[in-house]
Write a protein that binds this ligand. Structure first.
Ligand code: HEM
Length: 403
């Protein structure tokens, strides 16, 4: 166990290597139960990093995901500012959570999302054509992955192409952790005002349109199941959750292949490993690395530890996905492993709604990226590639490449 045995470790712990979870998680996994950690505001929380424990917490609705319940742990002042905003269903407990989530489940079912695959392939192919035409170098985050994931989610909601840069920028600001709290709050206000206007306009001819927002207006808002404001907040969640995460995962996936050429060769030789490879990159990077914060709404025993009502809990999926009892040699990026049981999309009622879409997007990219750009390599020394240290979602600041 690292650190002084009498003081509580401070959370979050810095990463020793930007692309690997902090070594402390491994230490904590050697002993049963959680570890008490100290947050920036001087309050304590229970930190769970073991695979089975993380699933036990996330699968138990006696732990609330509502940041307004007393005792909910605080990650940083900037994060508080985001959590203080009007909540989307990602921050709600049952039964409200299910009421809103059910309105969207059929949209993101595997079958429905599979029908989107040809469109995603054609957007990706066009963007790669444009990049090849322009020639190297390129920053794959800004020049390929954000445009791709933005166009996919914006297409679903029918958000005009000219506004993609605007919502990408607001999403980037909203997940910053170590900034003045007014920054993420203002970003959220801007995107909510924008969506408020868009949805007001859309309501005028919603019945003639087929996009998701129009259908929600007709099927949910008009009959009174959803208010205009609730739809605005739901749309923000979809827009934000739907592009930044997946683009970050794509960048880190490329990073992993370029730094593990044997794995890239394996994928080239055995294309049937594609699905495995995508699950492995999701596991390995677990980009929503500070998920999930919870608070006990009653006394609950987990892994032999009594968690008292009002205690803050952090059930770290990034810890769980690097627990050696669930994934042999977790620090290895190994596309032949069976990683399907990872919890990169979380677990329990808040498990990612968009995961079928994220998977299809990732599969489309990694099915052909290295064939279309056979000489793809970093355009700068490896040390110059920076991880997004102080973001709620892990990623790369930029991915400068040439080919
Ligand atoms: C690689 C890409 C993605 C990753 C790793 C990811 C990860 C996650 C995680 C960990 C959660 C749980 C959050 C929590 O408990 O606070 C979540 C929730 C959610 N994600 Fe994703 N996500 C990805 C892509 C997407 C996409 C493409 C969408 C599409 C709109 C999406 C929509 C959502 C929504 C709506 C929720 C809230 C679910 C609920 O609370 O019931 N995500 N995601």
């Amino acid at each position: 166990m690292s650190g002084c045995p009498f003081s509580k470790p401070a959370f979050p712990m810095p990463r020793q290597c930007p692309f690997v979870p902090p070594a402390e998680y491994r230490d904590y996994q050697q002993q049963p139960g959680p570890v008490k950690v100290r947050m920036w505001d001087g309050k304590d929380a229970w930190l769970f990093t073991r695979y089975d424990d993380v699933r036990a917490v996330l699968g138990d609705n006696r732990f609330s995901g509502d940041p307004h319940v007393s005792g909910f742990p605080s990650l940083s002042p900037a994060r508080n500012a985001v959590l203080d905003l009007e909540p989307a269903f990602i921050r709600m407990d049952p039964p409200q959570h299910g009421h809103f989530r059910r309105m969207l489940t059929k949209e993101f079912m595997i079958k429905r999302v599979s029908e989107m695959r040809p469109r995603i392939e054609s957007i990706f192919s066009r963007l790669v054509d444009e990049l090849l035409e322009k020639g190297p170098p390129a920053n794959l985050v800004d020049d390929l992955f954000l445009p791709l994931t933005s166009e996919v989610i914006a297409g679903l909601l029918d958000v005009p192409a000219r506004d993609h840069g605007f919502f990408q920028e607001q999403s980037r600001l909203k997940v910053l952790l170590d900034v003045d709290p007014s920054i993420p709050k203002a970003a959220s206000d801007r995107i909510l005002s924008y969506l408020d206007r868009l949805i007001t306009e859309r309501a005028q001819d919603a019945e003639k349109r087929t996009d998701l927002l129009s259908r929600l207006i007709v099927e949910q808002v008009r009959p009174g199941h959803l208010t205009h404001r609730e739809l605005v907040i739901m749309a923000e969640l979809l827009l934000m959750a739907g592009h930044e995460t997946t683009a970050n995962q794509m960048a880190l996936g490329v990073f992993s292949f370029l730094t593990n050429p044997d794995q890239l060769q394996l994928l080239r030789d055995t294309p049937s490993l594609l699905r495995n490879a995508v699950e492995e990159m999701l596991r390995f990077h677990t980009i929503v690395h500070y998920n999930a914060f919870r608070v006990a709404t009653e006394d609950v025993e987990v892994a032999g530890q009594m968690i008292r009502k009002g205690d803050g809990v952090i059930a770290l999926i990034s810890g769980a996905n690097h627990d050696a009892t669930a994934f042999e040699q977790p620090e290895r990026f190994d596309i032949t492993r069976k990683a399907d049981h990872h919890v990169a999309f979380s677990y329990g009622i808040h498990q990612c709604l968009g995961q079928p879409l994220a998977r299809v997007e990732l599969q489309v990219v990694f099915a052909s990226l290295f064939e279309r750009m056979p000489g793809l390599r970093f355009a700068v020394p490896l040390e110059a590639i920076e991880g997004k240290g102080d973001h709620f979602v892990q990623g790369l600041e930029a991915l400068p490449v040439t080919w």
